[in-house]
Write a protein that binds this ligand. Sequence first.
Ligand code: GLN
Length: 192
Amino acid sequence: MKIGVLGLQGAVREHLKHIEQSGHEGITVKTVDQLSDLDGLVLPGGESTTMRRLMDLYGFTEALRKSDLPMYGTCAGLILLANEVIGQESHLNKLDVTVERNSFGRQVDSFEEYLEVKGIDETVNAVFIRAPHIQSVHEDVDILSTVEDKIVAVRQNQYLGISFHPELTDDYKIMKYFIEEIVVQYHAQVIK
Ligand code: GLN
């Protein structure tokens, strides 16, 4: 599979490594034209306000709102996928969830955990950095993981949203889940 990583801002290289370690081709995406060549797209962590400005500027907002491409957002990427963000306007409106930013304290309160994630057999190494959490979900959204009663991983059809940063560890399970259980299945028309 050809998996793009939106390369405007944030943790791009780390995701490319995860894609390649999962046995697939990773592509840095800097222009909208590249989208038509992809099977799936990763929206990395970083700073969501900066990222959305750059996405508006380079035409990604419009193109991705219209697109059915499978997408996986981590942290800031999750904020961009949500259709409701507390205190500000939403952006791509792909996941029917309400997200609250910076819900686990400040940068110094960053933490690491091993989480149970639905659909993945072993626990997943998760790093939280000024992470958002998912405050509520529509009934069509599948909750995949929680921490301290806060929802931190969800899936709805071909969209995956994760509060934390698997790409900062050598744990490739979430990327493999995205590619094998979502991207491949979507293109085989098992999910729509
Ligand atoms: N706090 C950041 C934001 O709201 C997200 C943090 C991250 O992606 N590590 O955009």
